[in-house]
Design a protein around this ligand. Structure first.
Ligand code: CTP
Length: 210
């Protein structure tokens, strides 16, 4: 089967030397790409800036901004739709509305930034890109994590959402391991123990093969 995976953070420029981003390391997305390859699948990866060695995927698209990730995804869904799409990227939800072409000088005591929403890549897959394959997302939550994840699953038309409690510092963002609950579209929940991202990736790819 063909997998298309998004991974890592995005960077939203403020000026030529500064950006808004988040703590995503890309480890979960890269582990999923590696697991899919190990299990004999073809993988295309769309990756934000990360410090990881890229797995030997069929195609690697390196992007910086949410807009670039959205455009790359739109193009791939139109030209080479995968069987399975997994959105693990921690896409910035907002970007500076007026990025500056010159470096911002510190000539005022305070600085207020105006932000605007970025496009929702996972949320565009069904409604805008017309993607028909299996669709899997992650839900990074700090509270009510199952109900929030289930409403994300419905809103974004997913078959499976992997709910992640990002308030815990021992798992998730930038860590080697993760403890998640798989929330399926039929309401079923599958709670997994704390696992390395590699072990978790293998389980997720196995669930996709079913
Ligand atoms: N996602 C995406 N594009 C965005 C935001 C999120 O593709 N602009 C995807 C993520 O890759 C993830 C899922 O949507 O698979 C949920 O991301 P999350 O950050 O948990 O939720 P948001 O949709 O950003 O909603 P909120 O911040 O309100 O929780």
């Amino acid at each position: 089967m063909n997998f298309l995976i998004t991974a890592g953070p995005t960077r939203e420029p403020l000026d030529p030397v500064r950006y808004l981003s988040n703590r995503s390391s890309g480890k979960m997305g890269y582990a999923l790409a590696e697991a899919a390859l190990e299990l004999g699948h073809a993988v295309t990866l769309i990756s934000g800036p990360v410090a990881l060695k890229a797995p030997d995927v069929a195609v690697l698209h390196r992007i910086e901004t949410a807009q670039q990730m959205w455009e790359t995804m739109q193009h791939l869904i139109a030209t080479a739709p995968p069987d399975i799409a997994i959105c693990t990227a921690a896409v910035a939800d907002y970007r500076p509305k007026f990025p500056q072409f010159q470096k911002i000088k510190k000539d005022t005591e305070a600085l207020t930034l105006e932000l605007e929403r970025t496009p929702d890549i996972l949320g565009s897959m069904r409604s805008l890109f017309g993607y028909k394959g299996l669709l899997i997302g992650f839900a990074a939550e700090t509270e009510n994590f199952i109900p929030n994840a289930q409403s994300k699953l419905q809103r974004k038309g997913c078959d499976l959402i992997i709910a992640n409690d990002v308030s815990r510092t021992d798992i998730g963002f930038d860590s080697e391991s993760n403890q998640v609950t798989l929330c399926y579209a039929d309401g079923r929940l599958e709670e997994l123990p704390k696992l390395s991202k590699r072990e978790l990736a293998i389980i997720i790819i196995q669930r996709c093969q079913k």
